[in-house]
Design a protein around this ligand. Sequence first.
Ligand code: LIP
Length: 263
Amino acid sequence: MIDLNEAENFLKDMILRAGELTLDYRRRLSSLKVDSKATDRDIVTEADKAVESFLRDEIAKKYPDHGVLGEEEGETGHSDCRWVIDPIDGTIAFLHGQYQYSISIALEYGGETVLAAVYAPALDDLFTAVWGQGAKLNGETIHVSKTAAIGQAVFATGFPCIRAGMKETNLPLFNEMMMHIRDVRRGGSAALELCFVACGQLDGYWEKHIELYDVAAGILIVEEAGGRVSDYKGSSEGLPREVLATNGLIHDQSMGLIKPFIL
Ligand code: LIP
């Protein structure tokens, strides 16, 4: 088994340096090279690629035997230990000069996430969690909110389905949620929305058609902060393609609203 304390220190140092790299690119956004992925609304910038390459080099130097799953370069290596990385989660927010983008990194051991960090460089907020040891924001322990009534809850969501040109758009469910909750935010980084649930700024988050690298770190951070994460039916089977994360108190109420929209 890997030394988790050592891995956590390594991870924190690496993700902060990766954050610096994004800030360098952020100072020259207008000249950034941007490519399309599956559709022309699905984009990757040279910053996404450079950050993933930096992270892969750092991991290879420290842990040459570990596997890596990254958004831009896919899966490499096979080992009990796998780093799951999204070099820039919220690429659209990043490209448009907004604050709400993040770097998301999880370490899996035997298929379970044991260590996680999400860093929002433009906010200088670093969220971390170690399995069984709680979650932190900038070194201070964090907890989910205590909101128990769905009518007082603020959620975040996202619409990758629309960008991918899918028929199922999240809009009918969005309409329904808006009728019952206090408000919705759409920041653009699933990893960061999950962290906002973990620290109580949000009470819940739902999103479908999302990838493991978007949410692997954020899921551990929510759970370690006392929240609950499941698929839309309340189990872990549909994760990460379908994610409902809440403070736990409003999870069943949220599932009740989502139920008629499960296809
Ligand atoms: C993004 C997510 C966001 C989701 C987007 C996209 P990316 O990740 O975090 O919440 O709605 O469709 O998947 O592509 O910026 O890394």
